[in-house]
Design a protein around this ligand. Sequence first.
Ligand code: CDP
Length: 228
Amino acid sequence: MIIALDGPAGAGKTSTARAVAKGLGYFYMDTGAMYRAITLAVLNESESYSEVDAARISDAVSVDVRYIQEQMLVLLNGEDVTELLRTPWINKHVSTVSSFKAVREKLVDIQRSVARHMIDEGYGVVVDGRDIGTVVFPEAACKFFMIASPEVRAQRRYDELLGQGKPADYDEILQNVNDRDAIDSGRDVAPLRQADDALVLDTSTMSFKEQVSQVINTVLERQEQHDV
Ligand code: CDP
């Protein structure tokens, strides 16, 4: 069974998806991390890239995922780059690189084949991203669209970074959240959009625990109703 969690930057998808996967004994697939890995490969060559450059680089690199103790690792050309992906540098470029068709085609193929493999092995998978319920897995059994105001999302990112002892600038984070949302929603290929059959979760006033229980309970209800 596939659970799709989509929504704008910082809506809490990653942490929710991780906890839901743990609670249900599913695998978690972080598709944003894959887009970040290709962005890293592009930036490693040059910061002034064109769509053609990004397509060439994306075609030449390999992106794989591995699971070690329930954690998804992203391998770029066989090297574990997971820890290098959530930086301001990548935040700044990831939405532009992700708007390119060749990059999306490559990663959607990988996402589908990883999920197919897990399902064939008898596992469920929780997938988070922007186009999961609309494009990658339109057949997903449960779809959620997580939203919150940009200010709430930026504040959460800010608190998260401070909690990790990393430098954080609230205004810069808010700007990046707004910039990424605009590019992600406005692109031609697979824009950020709520699937018609997705349940909207406005997390602005929800605690983390509430978000996770709401998703898990909805999935369990669907299973009970033999809906899925
Ligand atoms: O965690 P956060 O919401 O900040 O971002 P992410 O999920 O790591 O995704 C980073 C960027 O990758 C997004 O802003 C999108 O530009 C892109 N992305 C995408 O286009 N499609 C996806 N399925 C996942 C991410």
